[in-house]
Design a protein. Structure first.
Length: 111
């Protein structure tokens, strides 16, 4: 049914941009924490080269699985796209991981 302005009376999804941004920030913070912890673990375990990068991407994939599991079937209540849960911040936090990884490796195995 149309109203007096010609718009159809349909129900629209309403999103709170502040809440969506907050959820994305929580995911980014979690990824940063993962980068620091996994970088420390990789450095202490003595991973070098490709093994260290694979370690980071495997842990990032596991974290993505946990985030998708946590949001369940209602992911659209918290994020505009499910893609944000899978990929948000992975490459951005790679540099944090690399910094902590090389620092811990140097502290434990070089000095």
């Amino acid at each position: 049914m149309a109203d007096e302005e010609g718009f159809q009376d349909t129900e629209f999804e309403k999103y709170n941009p502040g809440a969506i941004r907050n959820n994305i920030n929580v995911v980014d913070y979690s990824r940063a924490f993962l980068a620091v912890i996994s970088g420390s673990a990789a450095g202490i375990l003595g991973f070098t080269g490709l093994r260290g990068f694979i370690f980071y991407f495997v842990l990032s994939f596991v974290m993505s699985l946990l985030l998708v599991y946590k949001t369940g079937k209602n992911w659209d209540r918290y994020f505009l796209s499910r893609w944000n849960l899978w990929t948000s911040g992975i490459l951005g936090e790679l540099f944090t991981y690399l910094l902590v990884w090389t620092f811990m490796y140097g502290m434990i195995h070089v000095f």
